[in-house]
Write a protein that binds this ligand. Structure first.
Ligand SMILES: [Zn+2]
Ligand SMILES: [Zn+2]
Ligand SMILES: [Zn+2]
Length: 735
């Protein structure tokens, strides 16, 4: 008799458990075709789930007769390619996150649900023979129709709903063309093919840009480049020319951008330059579009993939280059669940694919600068603004003892008037939305606070209400003080709404656009506002940090930073780095084309040495000083952190849980610094008390060894179900 060994499938399942699960192969399954990365439908507790096959083996740590049988193998080939699998395995281990959950992040929703691995049908519009025979001059009076038709002619395969949406073409216009018999709708597989549009030529490079392109294109193996260029220095043109060389070799390119950086203008610039299919991965895609983008990338139809954070998990067939634009941006770090950093994963992926990666920024993170100083990354600088753009002039405005009109000094007001009268635009930056941050009683000092959070409520005037910016709870404005019953209630401090109101009074003849999370909530409202700013319909722009990223306002010649000082007194050791980056990013929005920009900073600390280094010398002097301070204090990037967070309705439970974790480490032979447990900077949020425990090591491997030993022990803590806990490796925010 033959020795019969069972076939066991080791499967990653999206659960909070840090382990894999063993199943028996389904009856009748062709074992020879099984490959890691295929989806398997399995019974899990009382339902069916979709897991990912990790390996096929003949042994299990569980009794084989107790193993359940998998229901079916869903795929004919792996949905998770070997390359993405390797990235996910690394990430699960490094971030100590359950592998099943990591793999789920890598897949589009429809694939997670077990839907077939096939392109779905998509509606396309194509031109009719009638349109081809049309005399185009007869359309001279409807230039948009003319433009649309010639675009359709350049796309004989048809244009999809997605392409029409991305071009901002109203669907009514397509219907008009159909009614006239010039276009027709067809339904076909959503396969991307190159367009016939003639690509725009490359721009002429200055010496620094040329050097960067040459060096990047010459690299044949894994290489990390820091493309360090002031705003307006032409980083994008360097990306485009590096991409062009990679496309010429028949390879694909991944471009990671910050959440707010994926604007229609960015996309347009890539689409116009190359005739290859460009896929944009953003939150506006439907599940179907996302699956089609995934498959087009996997089939190597899509050549350029531009996306936010999670695009790092795209299934390339033939990846040749990765670009991370604005690498310092916080949105590359996922802030809940699987807390990965897309830039760091991108570097890992480039390394395992043995290709180059370009990190671009005008204000590189200290982590990246440090590695560049250590010689691990190659530093490419673009010191000058490209073309005819000017470097903005900074002016530090001492507002001590000055009379402020709703937070604005007279000097800033008169500077605004000068610029506005010349017909230029003015932009004011205030990183606080709402009308005012404080609502208090003048009789007894009571302040409106959130019931569920350890925070004050923000006063809003339109619509009028009190609002918590941490848990989103709202209440109507009380007529009398909650504490003493007097009606002596006051609104204190400045938010964007109040600034808008004050400026409207001061400059009645100018129109104001306010850009913050409240004014851009409705879909399309951001685009709408931006368009009106570009067309000059609004002359004054007020905004929070939403304004600081990605958008170019060529007619803005004056930028006012209303409250510069926020970063000086924060308890977060990264606050100064962020402040410097924010000031330069905001400043970079102005004076980009031929018109010189002035940046006025209102401060109570005009002599702060770091502010001087930043403005009078450079971001590099500023960053070098900060790096020296970090080195002395043994903080990142010279130390490595891991933060355990725990929250519970009872503060004591959260505290006990973290105390328990700390106690486990008493038995470890190696020692490292452990801080806490202490209350989080915001001690209560959404009704839960929050505590944290910080691990700090001067060597990354030591920290990793610690966490690896620790996590299986934490799983055994009986009280773990009473708290919500998480681990954040390389935390960027300490709340
Ligand atoms: Zn009171
Ligand atoms: Zn609010
Ligand atoms: Zn709240």
């Amino acid at each position: 008799m033959k020795n019969h060994k069972p076939t066991i499938l080791r499967i990653a399942v999206p659960t909070p458990l840090r382990r894999s699960f063993d199943y028996l192969a389904p009856t009748g399954c062709d074992l020879t075709r099984l490959q890691p990365g295929m989806r398997v439908r399995i019974p899990f507790h009382n339902r069916q789930m979709v897991g990912i096959l990790l390996e096929v083996c003949d042994q299990s740590e569980f009794a084989v007769h107790k193993l359940k049988q998998a229901v079916e193998i869903i795929d004919d080939y792996p949905v998770v390619s070997a390359d993405v699998m390797q990235l996910c395995l690394w990430a699960a281990e490094y971030y100590h996150h359950p592998l099943g959950d990591v793999l789920e992040t890598a897949l589009p929703t429809l694939l997670r649900q077990g839907k077939p691995l096939a392109l779905s049908q998509e509606t396309y519009w194509t031109v009719t023979p009638e349109a081809l025979a049309l005399d185009f001059t007869s359309l001279n009076r409807s230039p948009r129709q003319q433009e649309l038709l010639s675009w359709l002619i350049q796309h004989p395969e048809g244009v999809s709903k997605r392409q029409i949406k991305e071009r901002d073409i109203p669907s009514t216009m397509m219907n008009t063309l159909c009614k006239k018999g010039w276009a027709t709708k067809i339904s076909k597989d959503d396969i991307l093919i190159p367009s016939l549009e003639i690509p725009e030529p490359a721009l002429t490079l200055n010496a620094a840009q040329q050097h960067a392109v040459t060096v990047i294109n010459a690299a044949e193996n894994f290489h990390v480049f820091l493309l360090d260029g002031v705003t307006g220095s032409g980083k994008t043109e360097v990306y485009l020319q590096a991409i062009s060389a990679v496309l010429a070799k028949g390879k694909q390119v991944l471009v990671l951008v910050p959440e707010i950086g994926l604007t229609p203008q960015t996309l347009e610039r890539f689409r116009k330059r190359f005739s290859v299919p460009v896929v944009a991965l953003h939150s506006g895609l439907t599940d179907k579009e996302r699956l089609n983008a995934f498959l087009n990338t996997q089939y190597d139809h899509a050549k350029i993939i531009i996306g936010t954070r999670s695009a790092i998990f795209s299934p390339f067939k033939n990846l040749g280059l990765i670009i991370v634009d604005e690498e310092h941006d916080l949105s590359f770090k996922q802030h809940d669940g699987f807390r990965y950093h897309a830039r760091d994963l991108a570097i890992m992926r480039a390394q395992s694919n043995n290709i180059s990666i370009v990190l671009g920024s005008a204000t590189p993170s200290l982590e990246t600068l440090c590695r560049t100083q250590q010689g691990r990354y190659q530093h490419l600088r673009l010191p000058e603004r490209a073309g005819d753009a000017n470097i903005p002039v900074f002016s530090v405005l001492d507002i001590r003892k000055q009379h402020l009109e709703e937070g604005i000094s007279q000097s800033l007001l008169s500077a605004m008037k000068t610029h506005l009268d010349k017909g230029d635009q003015v932009m004011l930056f205030l990183n606080r939305r709402g009308f005012a941050p404080v609502f208090m009683c003048h009789s007894c000092g009571w302040m409106a606070k959130c019931q569920r959070c350890d925070s004050r409520l923000t006063y809003h005037s339109e619509p009028s209400r009190l609002h918590c910016h941490h848990c989103d709870s709202r209440r109507s404005i009380p007529k009398k003080c909650d504490a003493c019953g007097e009606n002596d209630l006051q609104i204190i401090g400045l938010g964007t709404e109040r600034l808008e109101q004050a400026l409207q009074k001061h400059f009645p003849n100018f129109s104001i656009a306010r850009i913050d999370r409240d004014s851009t909530q409705r879909k399309g409202s951001m685009e709408n506002l931006l368009e009106k700013i570009q067309s000059g319909e609004h002359q004054i722009l007020i905004g929070t940090q939403m304004l600081a990223k990605g958008h170019h306002f060529p007619n803005v010649t004056l930028v006012g930073i209303i409250d510069t000082d926020g970063g000086f007194f924060s308890s977060d050791f990264r606050a100064l780095e962020r402040m410097g980056q924010l000031i330069l990013q905001v400043a970079g929005r102005a004076g980009r084309v031929s018109k010189p920009g002035t940046v006025v900073l209102q401060t109570h600390h005009p002599d702060h040495p770091l502010l001087h280094q930043l403005l009078r010398e450079s971001y590099h002097f500023f960053a070098t000083t900060l790096l020296q301070e970090r080195a002395q204090a043994l903080l990142p990037p010279y130390a490595f952190l891991a933060l355990f967070r725990a929250e519970a309705h009872d503060a004591e439970q959260a505290h006990q849980f973290l105390q328990h974790i700390k106690k486990i480490t008493d038995t470890f032979a190696e020692k490292m610094s452990i801080w806490g447990p202490v209350a989080a900077p915001m001690a209560k949020r959404s009704g839960r008390y929050r505590m944290q425990l910080l691990f700090q090591a001067d060597q990354r491997p030591l920290l990793q060894r610690y966490l690896k030993k620790l996590l299986p022990e934490i799983e055994k803590i009986p009280s773990k179900h009473q708290v919500r806990w998480s681990l954040d490796v390389d935390p960027l925010e300490m709340f």
